[in-house]
Design a protein around this ligand. Structure first.
Ligand code: ADP
Ligand code: MG
Length: 679
């Protein structure tokens, strides 16, 4: 007989469900689940929202007005009384020998159940008055000497909670789990020890702690800096994991994917460049060299083309498209708005149709395009296939769009799309080359985490011969002057954008009504010059009509919502007025400003603010001072975080629990080295 001995695998203790931990009943487990905490491991990584330094008690007599402080005293009296309007006040008086402190809570009558005279109570809060000494709604704990070491006399973690889950209970549980499971927390890469690596904390270099140490310090730091050391170590692990995933994806692509060779033979490029009304800049030529090398394959190109607004990315995309088309492949270009797709379609048709290339437009509302068979017939009979370029919006992602021999995919204003959308378009071909373009300058650190799997090309500076862009911040009160100035520009033959500020104004009926009212006002104000209205809710054909009129200078003032943010190119427009500018992020304002300064004449961007708050004024000043998109992006990143910089649509932003892209530049660089196996 042959017996097989089945040894149960020792379960990974970090995967133990919290419900199986003694002291965690079904009700508590359900509350924890609402915080997405299911296992021991989840709870050990539950990040405190903040910390309270409970090592230093202040004498009640020494409390300062408005300065948060920790005090401890004996309850000498407590009680609640009803107030008018169904409200109530609960008051607790503490005495620590040096003085008395009145603690007050409104509308929390049940507080009276928590305290009795003689209890020793710790409170943390801001004194709101000194005569008598008072704290309103302080945090409190009744001292129970047993738990002293967990909650008091230390730097205490304050966790995010959910309804019904007590801070103290959670803190005790985490303490207990740490005691039990700390040694079970593994190093993520045991064969590649991180010994010898350092962190910078508060200007000091400190050795990297082990992951287990970091988890303990995360919850129970000995010194204030420890919490940051812990955060950085755990963030490093997150970044390494991200980088490894991206590098693996990249390696896999290089090893397995075979793209069509698309470097071209200059057959179409030569006549194209000869007919182009300008010469490519050095930067554009250099980037094209980088793209051509990639397109030769066989690994598919994965390249991000970054260049500030107006730097001339479109023509680079056109050249890349020509290389693919010359090689017998078809090309698809996706843009985030109908207006922009339509503009590209216009340009590419003008450029490519003389070369015998069909350029088709596909948006939600338009579809040019001819069935493949018909096309072949039109061009000299079956068997002769005409090279084809499709330009469109998200409509290109629909199933109905199934291009043959898709060799190159180009995505304009890539930050407006999610990574999933990018991949969906790529999957329309076998392994097409991919060129994504963005005018949102991504600070390097963000680029490494978001685009670690892409090579990056940068166009520095724009084409020569452009006028200056001057930027001014003005308050609403001076609008009359702003309009007068604008009329002056119109009289000089220029055109103007007025961006109606209220974000998403067209999304609500009331907002749309406001836009239309504003339109009526401006039409009168600027008569006899003509004003056009452009917003996201307009039917596609009407959008085109308005844009065409503005482009042709049949309309001189374009009142628009932020739909004009991306890509529009009307060189004769020299004025950009943005109302309620404080409601936009800096990077977005920079994009809007990029609509002007595209011709030889000087341009003017006027940021109109509703009310001037200090903070808004300081932010907008950055735009007055610099036109450097990178500096603006850095500032935006620091001021508003990555979400704002990337826009709401960006679904590719990694979910970071400990990482903070605004702080972690050096960590991210370390992570890349670790992921690559660099010492
Ligand atoms: P963006 O990088 O913002 O997409 P565009 O591609 O729309 O910029 O280019 C802005 C303008 O600059 C367009 O009118 C384009 O024709 C023009 N342009 C691009 N490259 C050059 C160049 N090398 N010399 C002169 N003008 C150029
Ligand atoms: Mg563009």
């Amino acid at each position: 007989m042959d017996y097989k001995v089945v040894v149960p695998m020792p379960p990974n203790p970090l995967e133990l469900p919290l419900a199986q931990i003694s002291g965690v009943g079904a009700a508590r487990a359900a509350q924890l689940q609402r915080l997405e905490l299911r296992t021991v491991g989840d709870l050990l990584l539950h990040r405190p929202r903040r910390y309270e330094d409970r090592r230093h008690f202040q004498r009640i007599a020494d409390l300062h007005l408005g300065a948060p402080a920790l005090a401890c005293g004996t309850v000498t009296a407590s009680g609640s009384r009803p107030l008018r309007g169904g409200r109530s006040l609960f008051e607790l008086i503490l005495d620590d020998g040096s003085g008395r402190l009145h603690c007050r809570w409104w509308n929390l009558p049940f507080m009276r159940n928590y305290f009795k005279t003689g209890d020793e109570v710790v409170v943390f809060g801001k004194p709101g008055s000194l005569r008598p000494r008072t704290m309103d709604h302080p945090e409190t704990e009744v001292v129970q000497s047993l738990e002293r070491s967990v909650h008091l006399n230390r730097i205490a973690p304050i966790y995010p909670l959910t309804e019904g889950l007590p801070q103290r209970w959670l803190r005790s549980l985490i303490w207990r789990l740490l005691e039990q499971f700390e040694t079970a927390i593994p190093e993520p890469r045991p064969n590649r020890p991180l010994a010898g690596r350092n962190l910078t904390v508060g200007g000091q270099t400190v050795p990297l702690p082990s992951r287990a140490q970091a988890v303990r310090l995360l919850h129970f730091p000995e010194e204030l800096d420890d919490a940051d050391i812990a955060r950085q170590r755990l963030a490093l692990d997150e970044y390494v994991e991200l980088q490894e995933a991206m590098q693996a994806r990249r390696r896999n692509l290089e090893a397995n994917a075979r793209a069509l060779p698309c470097a071209g033979d200059n057959r179409l490029m030569k006549p194209f460049l000869a007919a182009l009304e300008f010469h490519l800049t050095q930067a554009q030529t250099r980037v094209l060299g980088e793209i051509r090398r990639d397109l030769a394959g066989p690994p598919p190109m994965r390249r991000l083309l970054q260049g500030d607004v107006g730097s001339g990315k479109t023509v680079v995309a056109a050249c890349a498209a020509l290389m693919a088309l010359e090689s017998g492949s078809n090309v698809a270009l996706m843009a985030p708005t109908e207006i922009l797709a339509e503009q590209h379609w216009r340009n590419f048709r003008r450029w490519f149709e003389p070369l015998g290339i069909a350029v088709e437009l596909r948006t939600g509302t338009t579809k040019t395009g001819t069935p493949a068979g018909q096309e072949a017939l039109a061009l000299g009979g079956p068997g002769v296939r005409r090279a084809r370029m499709d330009i469109g919006t998200h409509a290109l992602l629909e199933e109905g769009f199934a291009p043959e021999k898709l060799g190159l995919v180009i995505i304009d204003e890539q930050h407006k799309f999610g990574v999933a959308q990018r991949e969906r378009l790529v999957r329309k071909g076998a392994y097409p080359h991919l060129l994504v373009m963005t005018a949102t300058p991504i600070p390097r650190t963000l680029g490494l985490t978001l685009y670690g799997d892409l090579d990056i090309s940068v166009i520095e500076g724009g084409p020569p011969g452009r006028g200056r862009i001057m930027t001014f911040v003005r308050e609403r009160e001076s609008l009359a002057k702003v309009w007068e100035f604008t009329r002056g520009q119109l009289a000089a033959g220029r055109q103007a954008y007025v961006v109606y500020s209220r974000l998403e104004a067209e999304d609500s009926p009331a907002g749309l009504k406001a836009v239309k009212k504003e339109f009526g006002r401006l039409s009168e104000l600027f008569a006899p010059w003509r004003t056009g209205l452009l917003h996201g809710r307009l039917p596609g054909a009407e959008k085109e009509e308005v844009m065409a009129a503005f482009r042709a200078n049949a309309v001189q003032v374009l009142l628009a919502t932020s739909v004009v943010e991306v890509g529009l190119d009307v060189p004769n427009a020299t004025v950009m007025i943005i109302e309620n500018a404080e409601q936009f992020g800096l990077a977005q304002l920079h994009q809007l400003r990029g609509r002007i300064g595209r011709g030889a004449a000087d341009s003017y961007c006027i940021l109109v603010t509703a009310g001037k708050t200090e903070e808004a004024a300081r932010r907008l000043k950055i735009l007055e001072e610099t036109a450097d998109g990178f500096r603006i992006a850095e500032a935006d990143l620091a001021l508003r975080g990555p979400g704002e910089l990337l826009g709401r649509e960006q679904s590719g932003a990694p979910p970071l629990r400990f990482g903070d892209l605004t702080l972690d530049g050096p960590l991210i660089e370390q992570a890349r080295d670790i992921a690559k196996g660099v010492k």
